[in-house]
Design a protein around this ligand. Structure first.
Ligand code: WTA
Length: 656
């Protein structure tokens, strides 16, 4: 492996293998249209995005109940795709597949304990229908919210599909989130039903999920019924009249259930994501545009073909799992792997063993995982035959060139291009991403997917395209998977995404575009941490800390971290009567884990007498962060109490 310094300096471009390019879905598509290369395709698609996206809808085989009357209606800041169509994503993801691919395996599922289940499209169809009928029996109607708090078991996608099938809106909460976090989301969405499981295994120990769910819904009045999947056979308390075992409730249900004909722009799901201030935002996605966007990007970026075995390692509780484990692969009729367990359990070669065992051809993971495996050493990889792989993917944060090369060399054996996909919960699907034909520059997500108008703006809204200067990443026109709003919060929707540059979507990331038109993502501009590829609002961790009786104020910032991307560092001001101690630190860490979830547990806590603030009393995180990264402090003219900044520095030094 050439040394990293040299690699970073040289501007090597990696060309995908000829054979892969020649046989790719995108090449065939371009040949059919007489388009010579991807740059011409991008140009043509931007000249007429509505033409391009209706072509895409055909390419992925969308079947409408009623044809759209108009491809796009753009009434800023609200976009409606495939207007006038009657549609339901579950028709393409499931009903159609049960007809076309009845005996094809949809999911290969493996549990941490080694159990394996293979589910065909035919079986998936039956299961979803039975649960959908059960939900109806519980009184779930079109537009009702169904909360889902489940480990990575087949019943998780089944629950999502069953809700969507009858026109309900699902809202998944990652099973690693705490009862408090679940309660918040269930209350905000006013969910009528909660679907959960008794428990699951993680790193050999048992997680008691139902107990957490019970704690959460104690104060969630909207929840009328709870459905519990028996995953490991725990003896859990069941509340009479409210709680039902999954097996009992689906038993005897008909294996057919009519798919609700929705308007193209009716809500499909709400997914909560962290924002700069206040509570998580409920991002809403709709049926039709989202269906076209996720499936077209999967088909043309990961080049999914009939015989692929595709594995996305994300948790379904995040957007990556929603789009690229559940909806997109099913719409393409693909076979996917789902793994419920820790990546390095029982040994650090668990993933590589599974790639070999199932003959995985397309593998999609996150830089934080790659860095973890890098540390564990390539000897674990070399024990396995990974020759089935032909494409790799990365998502969640910028992939540092060192991790890129390791992934490329040890996992892809220098044969597999790496699709570094930039996107967000809000965008629904890939926005900036290579195609299998794209020459790659390690660390760059390359160029926008055809038909998507991405740019980098300066403060005044001038384009910095090809200037290689950092600025605000923006999307200038609607794309099919665009969020349709924030749940019960239209003001925040406008303020967060559309106010800075009029009628232009503000992503919240910094980026630059080099002379060749390649995008380089530089990270978040706002106060959002990226821990192991997951978005956590600084303010969420701060308010969790402040909810502890000992804490009066807190500032939370990120410290660059070798594996996690960012580590969480908290500065805490104690209330009168409390004294700093190691015990209290541990207590605060646990408190945050309880309030939000383990992923949000601060890595470092420092006690300080005061925090740097503006004259209006706002904590200046920017200055605190600069002390950590040892960056230039910049403008301090609004700083009211400079001595507090000195104390922050002292605290950092004191702790070594
Ligand atoms: C970051 C995850 C660089 C980015 C799909 C974005 C990335 C946030 C990449 C969204 C990438 C995601 N390169 N940064 N390939 N992918 N990000 O909503 O800061 O959980 O704004 O969606 O992750 O995180 P979210």
């Amino acid at each position: 492996m050439p040394d990293l310094e040299a690699l970073l300096k040289e501007e090597r471009v990696f060309h995908p293998p000829k054979e892969l390019v020649e046989n790719s879905n995108i090449k065939r598509f371009m040949d059919r249209l007489g388009i010579k290369d991807e740059d011409e395709l991008r140009k043509r698609a931007l000249e007429d995005p509505e033409w391009f996206w209706s072509e895409m809808a055909k390419e992925v085989g969308i079947e409408w109940f009623e044809e759209p009357k108009k491809v796009l209606e753009w009434d800023p800041p609200y976009a409606k795709w495939f207007v006038g169509a009657k549609y339901n994503i579950v028709h393409d993801a499931l009903d159609k597949q049960a007809r076309l691919r009845k005996n094809k395996v949809a999911y290969i599922w493996e549990g941490e304990d080694g159990s394996v289940r293979k589910i065909t499209y035919g079986e998936l169809y039956w299961e979803v229908n039975r649960l959908a009928n059960a939900l109806k029996e519980l009184g779930v109607k079109k537009g009702d919210r169904v909360a889902i708090y489940m480990p990575m078991i087949p019943e998780l996608p089944i629950a999502m599909l069953a809700s969507a099938k009858i026109g309900a809106i699902h809202t998944d909460v990652f099973s690693g989130f705490s009862p408090m976090a679940l309660q918040d989301r269930v209350n905000d969405a006013e969910a009528k039903v909660l679907i959960t499981a008794d428990g699951f295994y993680r790193r050999g120990s048992i997680i008691h999920l139902k107990e957490d769910a019970d704690e959460a819904i104690e104060a969630a009045k909207s929840v009328e019924s709870v459905i519990v999947v028996r995953r490991i056979g725990l003896d859990v308390p069941m509340q009479d009249g409210r709680d039902h075992w999954y097996d009992d409730i689906v038993r005897g249900q008909p294996r057919e259930c009519k798919t609700e004909q929705m308007d193209a722009n009716d809500a499909l799901f709400i997914l909560y994501t962290s924002g700069t201030t206040g509570r998580p935002k409920g991002v809403i996605h709709a049926h039709a545009g989202y269906a076209v966007g996720v499936s077209a990007t999967l088909k043309f970026v990961f080049d999914i073909k009939e015989d692929d075995v595709y594995w996305c390692t994300a948790d379904i509780g995040w957007i990556t799992g929603h789009s690229y484990i559940v909806y997109a692969p099913l719409i393409l009729g693909a076979t996917s792997v789902i793994y419920c367990g820790a990546p390095d359990y029982p040994k650090p070669d668990r993933w590589w063993e599974m790639i070999e065992k199932y003959g995985v051809t397309v593998f999609y993971t996150a830089p934080t995982a790659i860095r973890t495996f890098m540390r564990l050493g390539e000897e674990w990889v070399e024990r396995h035959d990974l020759s089935s792989l032909r494409l790799l993917g990365s998502v969640g944060e910028p992939i540092n060139p060192e991790a890129w090369f390791w992934y490329y060399k040890y996992i892809g054996k220098e044969r597999c291009p790496i699709m570094d996909t930039w996107w967000q919960t809000e965008t629904g699907h890939f926005i900036i991403t290579p195609l299998p034909t794209t020459p790659l520059k390690p660390g760059s997500a390359t160029k926008p997917f055809p038909g998507i108008d991405v740019d980098v703006f300066d403060e005044e809204g001038n384009s910095l395209s090809k200037k290689n200067i950092g600025g605000y990443l923006v999307i200038k026109r609607p794309w099919p998977g665009i969020l349709i709003g924030l749940w019960k919060n239209p003001d925040r929707y406008i303020k967060t995404y559309w106010e800075k540059f009029r009628d232009v979507y503000l992503a919240g990331d910094a980026a630059r575009v080099d002379e060749d038109g390649y995008f380089w993502i530089q990270g978040r501009l706002d106060d959002v941490l990226n821990v192991s590829g997951h978005r956590i609002g600084n303010s969420e961790v701060e308010s969790a800390l402040v909810s502890h009786p000992a804490v009066s104020e807190a500032a939370v910032v990120g410290r660059p971290h070798e594996v996690k991307g960012e580590a969480i560092v908290a500065f805490v001001v104690l209330r009168k009567g409390y004294r700093p101690s190691e015990e209290l630190k541990e207590g605060l860490r646990e408190h945050v884990a309880r309030e939000i979830g383990k992923i949000a547990r601060p890595d470092e806590i420092y006690f300080v007498p005061d925090l740097p603030k503006t004259r209006s009393g706002k904590i200046m995180r920017r200055l605190v962060r600069a002390k950590i990264t040892k960056d230039r402090i910049g403008d301090t003219s609004t700083l009211m109490n400079p001595e507090a900044l000195v104390l922050v520095e002292k605290a950092l030094e004191g702790e070594g």
